[in-house]
Design a protein around this ligand. Sequence first.
Ligand code: S3P
Length: 457
Amino acid sequence: MRRLRIHGGNPLRGKVRVPGDKSIGHRALIFGALAEGVSRIQGLPRSRDLLATRNALGSLGVKIVEEGPERICIHGVGLDGLRMPERPIECENSGTTMRLLAGVLCGQRFGTRLVGDSSLSRRPMGFLVSALRARGAHIGGTRWPVPKGSHADPDELYPPISIAPLVEGERLAPLEFHSPNMSAQLKSAVLLSALYADGPTVVYETLLSRDHTERMMLALGMPLQTTGTISLFDPTSWARCWEGFDWQIPGDLSSAAFLLVAGAVVPGSEIEIENVGTNPTRTGLLEVMRWCGVRLQVAPRGEGAGHEPWAEVRVRSGVQSPFRVGAELALRMIDEVPIACVLALAASGRSEIRDVQALRFKESDRIENTAAFLRAMGAQVVVLEDGLIVEGKSKLHGTRIDPQGDHRIAMAAVVAALMAEGETVVENAECIEVSYPNFVETLQSLGANIEIEEEKS
Ligand code: S3P
């Protein structure tokens, strides 16, 4: 068990790097595993979620070798080279691992089971199961009793997911898929299953969710066309293979977000982050910060893995206006909502975030848990079915916070604690390793006063 003792007050100053992007990392690992030949990936973070995908691919017969700090080499086995794992695949806390791999595994001639930890076992899989079944996959989920007061649908399907093999001569069917919920994980699972189909796949979204999968497929020369919110994959004259690649993963904007907001809300701060991924489907928080009057400089530096833009980003402290977020903007900052609420605390008025009901089904119910820790620190927050209203200029005081096993709640609480009077204790902070193992050390290097206490559990 890890406990953090945080005292606010110190300005944060310096230049840092953030770990590679988690979403891009999962996809790079999967496309590397299915390539013909060797791929090298630089900048893959050592987060627990990515280790889950790495281990899963290892159990499917893919050799992945560490070549240096954050540099790995994947010996791709080709589209038809995966082999049956000896045990169920452990996806731990990672929804992306489970959903993306389901897309690949439903096209195999062997059966598999995908299992997760207690948090992942409560995350909905019904849309995924229906989408893949609609193209002939033999896939099923599990029905759990719904706890009282939960937002879950009693007819929903959850992990474990079971996938039976395609039989001799059977292929997945073409599919026209209208995505019901703008989930990039769902869209990506459908696009990955398209690699095993004997006809075209069309995916329609109503708003464009993060498009890392599409960018990589295009970069690898696959027969994909994207037009706005529609993707068309037509394998008619495709050789069903691609070569290994050498990619650098840009830094994770969803991790950088905690440092950027810390830089904005802690007086006297100035932080520069060298390697921030700036894919436009992810940059909602940067726009919100600008509206709030935060002094933010974004200097584009190039492209990484599969046409992913990245930039050097500098932030200086000072937050003015409150903000309103909904619809497309909300989707482009879906993982940044807890930390955007911390930004809202520093603004001069009431901020409102709507259209984020998906947050109720993340690693925890992030709407309730964000409100819970902010209120415990003295903030005024209203919980809505689909979002939150946060009163700005609240005076925060230190308290004891349990992030409920959710890495993004834990990191948002640490940043809020840097604005609070007195000591804040964040219990069970080891969950931060799910996405950003060096988060606390990075804040310490910038000058934050945080003590780490380890306890044997
Ligand atoms: C992700 C997509 C989003 C995001 C998650 C990572 C991805 O989830 O919240 O952290 O890598 O595709 P949904 O697809 O469920 O919206």
